[in-house]
Design a protein around this ligand. Sequence first.
Ligand code: XMP
Length: 513
Amino acid sequence: MAHERILVLDFGGQYNQLIARRVRECSVYCEVKPYTTPISEIKAFSPIGIIFTGGPGSVYAPDSPQADPELFHLGIPILGICYGCQLLAHNLGGRVTAAQRDSAREFGKTETSFDTTCKLFRGLPPQGTSWMSHGDYMEKVPDGFSLVAHSEACPTVAICNESKGFYGVQFHPEVNHTENGTAMIRNFLYEVCGASGDWTMGDYKSTAIEKIRETVGKGKVLLALSGGVDSSVAAALMAEAIGEQLTCVFVDHGLMRLNEGDEVEAAFSKWNLNFVRANVEELFLSKLKGITEPEKKRKLIGEEFIRVFETEAKKIGTVDYLCQGTIYPDVIESGAGNAAVIKSHHNVGGLPDYVDFKEIIEPLRMLFKDEVRQLGRELGLPEYLVMRQPFPGPGLAIRVIGEVTKEKLTTLRFADFIFRDEISKAGLEQTMSQYFAVLTNVQSVGVMGDGRTYDYTLALRSVTTSDFMTADWTRIPYEVLDRISVRIVNEVPHINRIVYDITSKPPSTIEWE
Ligand code: XMP
């Protein structure tokens, strides 16, 4: 079935995929295409509405990205965001200039008043915060347009011509800082474009599967499975699409959390795919013997991971495609353009040279984390896998401070499990972004029963963050901390002291090593 479509026309803004994601969130199918897309292609796409994105340029600059004037005669509603709004004004007889007064330029959160009789703001509060980022402003609004929002500094925050279905906003409704931003986009889709909401993540799944089948044909695909959310969802999607043509290599380095390796294997047993679990705990432990320096540990684990992956891949023979679970935030972090190469380093420490593959497949490249989770559910992955918190590639080796031994890993695994179990029982999982235990290298004196102990100190770490670049330590209620502490010292041998890490990032990092 053909879905109603929205076209997001990309003028070089930072948040273009976020706009697309908001549209998907409103259950409408959409695609992002460059502003240079020929009008014939746009007509063939037959969108029910077009969104012009923001962009870094000034519409009056000679080399700035311009909209094809025919777009305004297609009878299709248009929503212009920031630069896109200025394009509307510029093309339809208004005037856009550089703000003369500093006060007319706006960056950041701005108190804004909305005319709620305009379809875009219908049903929303008349006042709210909007996220601005513009140095140019609309000095003259085009004929036939009304002013429908203003701020203290800027009289022309939003414009519309309802009879033509043209709307422009200077702010970014797609970012979270704009109150009711998604509701405004929803209004554009439903009230203006007449969308019925005929698209779901299930549809994404079917389309993605079709595309994968088309690309891969009868070829063979290799996937390095870490057990993290992204690679697991990518694997499940590929498995659904191409079954036995897929080989997942899961390098179990023995540095996973309690039962994690088995859980990953069990989750993939329902598909008819080639699943290789390389059980290489002993190999990794022998390599890590005597190593205490964090960077050395990381490098060694990264390198060894690749060696094992290469060995397993070699056994498979010719591989046509390599699949990676790259998701959209990775693409942004790695910088657009060469993102695939950078990410492969990040994921598997560098692509093995000898594997003769034609292409890299990244089926999640346009999705955000929560969409990936939704897709995972759609594919029938269990909740514990889908909701898994981030876990570093070097695993527990960087949470055992100092030398890593099998005994210390066992101790940490149990303590970490109890911590997570109590957080889950207290219903606090959603309030924290990442939480785990660290086995410090400190031993101290304690008393248990009537005897003296000289055992390890365990540190609990929990952070709340949206981007993992900065983070705040989580205020876990004392009674929950108390329960965790009592359980761990009672149930886990060799731990007689628990401390809670109350440093933010910066100055600390999230992991201890
Ligand atoms: P830090 O410790 O740098 O961690 O504040 C930030 C986030 O990155 C995760 N992390 C890693 N993830 N490979 C990964 O895939 C790694 O080597 C690695 N080191 C840290 C960490 O768990 C946190 O979420």
